[in-house]
Design a protein around this ligand. Structure first.
Ligand code: GLU
Length: 485
């Protein structure tokens, strides 16, 4: 039984994009560590130089920090088993690869690099895999070729018979026939390890107890288990995570919607809602029906047993719903600041009441990015039409509205206290004086101010957001229009 302190790692490749799947791995790794008093490590897997993207490491740091997934060891903060960036660990991989050669569990291969002539017939990308052509080279001859400066890679020597099994904490026992395993490259001729080798060396040296990653790595895991065995290392827990699909059951892709953290943020989702949503991509908290959990709560209740192997559906409508819950629950001052950041540039020089606007929007917004369109009727003046004032239920039309607005305009102009109570009294009194329903006054005023039939918030809220002077200017323009038509 493993009694070591639980340690998990997030091991992203710096590709510049944090996909939903990457973020889910990070979250589950973080939660497994936190729920068991363990440590969460960040390791940068940058050995695939072709995939390396400038600035990508910053994207990783920023995303983790926005999501609240703070690591205990990593390239920026160090730790006992650093360095935490693979390109800075090349001598370690070389050491263990050479040890494997010496033990007879790996061999130098002179075939793979295009720099070596005479090997054009070998194409390691073909599905049958490498044909093991260098496996039979006598070790003395191989050493000689290496000494003479010939480029070589190092390949794992797979057993040719028997089978390899391991137990995944989610998928159960997985068994493969060894003869189906390719003699995979461990170290490339440029001295860089492949993922296949580096992940084993690093996970061991960094004392990782639970390897959590996407199920696409499930089929390679027997090869890694053989490496652990060859090196005499304890095999850690494997926790492979289910595929993420869209609502049509197909692998989640851009066709379904945004698939990266940054794009979801651009779409107007809050990091907390994204984290909550992603927590449910393949995991559920037992019998509970509750779905809104803060990161702190997830840290308490997350269990590996709750991870499911069935494909996990990423539902955008559900994310919308979650985002709404987080917006509704946000402390008002924080919400107001968020609204102002978006609304200020939309209003430009026009004054408005940000507090009132935030109050009107908080129960109504689904995504932050919806706000500019939702407030267009406030930030600019929309075209007028007579139809705007037509409301069968309230028995209103353009003529009636003109009559009402004409009557209340001077009262609005004279109003000292442009407040909710001030406006409410004014409409109440004007309704009585004109012998009209207050609702008719409200309807006319709202259509007049907004030039839009459906608005978030009613007449009084609209008037308060716009302020007295803008409201009067708008009504003046409306009366002008209605008189002319
Ligand atoms: N660098 C790998 C990736 O980004 C990590 C896989 C793993 O977690 O082991 O896909």
């Amino acid at each position: 039984m493993m009694t070591r302190k639980v340690k998990t790692r997030f091991a992203p490749s710096p590709t510049g994009i944090m996909h939903i799947g990457n973020l889910r791995s990070a979250l589950y790794e973080y939660l497994i560590a936190r729920s068991r008093g363990g440590a969460f490590i960040l390791r940068i897997e940058d050995t695939d130089r072709e995939r390396y993207v400038e600035g990508a490491i910053e994207v990783i740091f920023r995303t983790l920090s926005q999501c609240g997934l703070h690591h205990d060891e990593g390239p920026d903060i160090g730790g006992p088993n650093g360095p935490y960036t693979q390109s800075e660990r090349l001598p370690l991989y070389k050491k263990y690869a050479e040890q494997l050669i010496a033990q007879g569990d790996a061999y130098p291969c002179f075939c793979t690099s295009g720099t070596v002539s005479g090997n054009e017939d070998v194409d390691e990308t073909e599905s049958f895999g490498y044909n093991r052509r260098c496996r039979g080279i006598d070790p003395g001859t191989a050493r000689e070729r290496i000494r003479s400066g010939e480029a070589y890679a190092i390949r794992q020597k797979m057993p040719l018979d028997g089978k390899t099994s391991f137990t995944d904490d989610v998928y159960g026992v997985i068994t493969v026939m060894n003869k189906e395993l390719e003699d995979q490259i461990l170290l490339k001729s440029d001295g860089y390890p492949t993922y296949n080798f580096a992940n084993v060396v690093d996970d061991h040296l960094m004392e990782i107890t639970h390897i959590v990653r996407g199920s696409e790595y499930l089929s390679s895991t027997p090869k890694y288990c053989l490496l652990y065995e060859s090196l005499g290392w304890e095999i850690p827990h494997f926790v492979h995570l289910p595929l993420i699909v869209g609502e049509d059951g197909k692998k989640l892709s851009k066709r379904h919607g945004s698939t990266s953290f940054d794009d979801l943020i651009k779409d107007g989702y809050l990091p907390k809602a994204i984290v909550n949503m992603i927590a449910f991509l393949g995991w559920a908290p037992g019998d509970e029906t509750e779905e809104i959990f803060s990161l702190g709560e997830l840290e308490q209740i997350f269990r590996i047993e709750g991870i499911n192997k069935a494909p996990a559906v990423f539902s955008y409508p559900k994310l919308n719903w979650m985002n709404e819950q987080y917006i509704r629950a946000m402390p008002f001052d924080t919400w107001k600041k968020r609204v102002q950041e978006i609304a200020d540039p939309c209003f430009g020089d026009r004054p408005y009441d940000p507090g009132k606007l935030a109050e009107v929007l908080q129960p109504r917004v689904t995504k932050l990015s919806d706000i500019p369109a939702m407030i267009r009727f406030l930030t600019g003046r929309l075209p007028l039409s007579r139809e705007l004032f037509y409301n069968k239920r309230a028995k209103l039309d353009a003529d009636k509205a003109a009559y009402i607005l004409e009557a209340i305009f001077p009262r609005l102009q004279a109003l000292d206290e442009w407040s909710e109570t001030g406006l409410d009294h004014l409409l109440e009194e004007a309704g009585q004086a004109l012998d009209l329903k207050k609702g008719q006054l409200m309807g006319s005023l709202r259509a007049g101010l907004a030039a839009q039939q459906v608005t978030p918030g009613g007449a009084i809220e609209t008037a308060l957001i716009l302020g007295q002077s803008e409201s009067l200017e708008r009504l003046d323009r409306v009366l002008d229009f209605l008189r002319k038509e």
